[in-house]
Write a protein that binds this ligand. Sequence first.
Ligand SMILES: [Fe+2]
Length: 294
Amino acid sequence: MIRVSKIAHASYETPDLDRQTQYYTEILGLTLAAKEKDTVYLASTVDHHSIVLRKGAQSKCTRIGFQIAPDADLDAFEKQVAGHGIKTERRKDPEPSIADMLVFADPKGTIMEIFKRGDFSHQKFQSQGIVPCKLGHVAFHVTDVKHVTKFYCDVLGFRESDWMADFFSFLRCGPDHHTINLMETGSNRHFHTAFELRDWGHMHEACDFLSLHGYKLLWGPGRHGIGHNLFAYHRAPNGLITELFCELDRMNEELGYFEPRPWHRDSPQRPKVWAKDPSAANLWGILPTDEMMQ
Ligand SMILES: [Fe+2]
């Protein structure tokens, strides 16, 4: 089976394009890579864009871009997807830096954009703003977590890293513990978009920077049980939630366990089903505010 190997970008519709662009450039510290009519491309480093903003009536995550390996065959991947009875479409030069893209919808209607990375963009890290290392994961509320999880595993080649009971799955497409996570809550919508920071010192700077610019944390800082990442959540101007994280578990695929860390309770720490227990959400004890679920 051909597997996707990296999350490349996430695309959003947002009512106030200028305000959200300002947030991504001045607060998060992404690079404004390109601007077309009603579309903005924002970059971190190696990729031309990590975030795409399009003007729309409501704030929502509409598409996610995934890369397949440089030596993988996009035609063969298309056959693999079509073999599951999924309608696919091929687009030539759909976005800057992407020559050939395979497009189809996941079961909740988010568009999957699969492609091979051509040239790297070689953007330098910005010197102002939070400046994450990369886009880490996108989390969704879903109505049928088993069905959507199976789609990501069977069609895109994701692996299950962990579950919280039977309602929250954490899926990886590379060494990072999760790239997509899905929580069954009764609706299909964006939950949060997460960016990786360097370390705890960077988290500390980021929380102060957010505060100085009027952004209050919704939850955190804390340490998740599942994935063991340090986390802090806030709400972007368009109402969608952003997570900043570091120290996320990394899977050693050959050995079948996550790289050992002093905060692990299991030794070795392997993929498992976690009980619905407060420590699965935050080992440091503080549980999410109600606003996290709005
Ligand atoms: Fe997250």
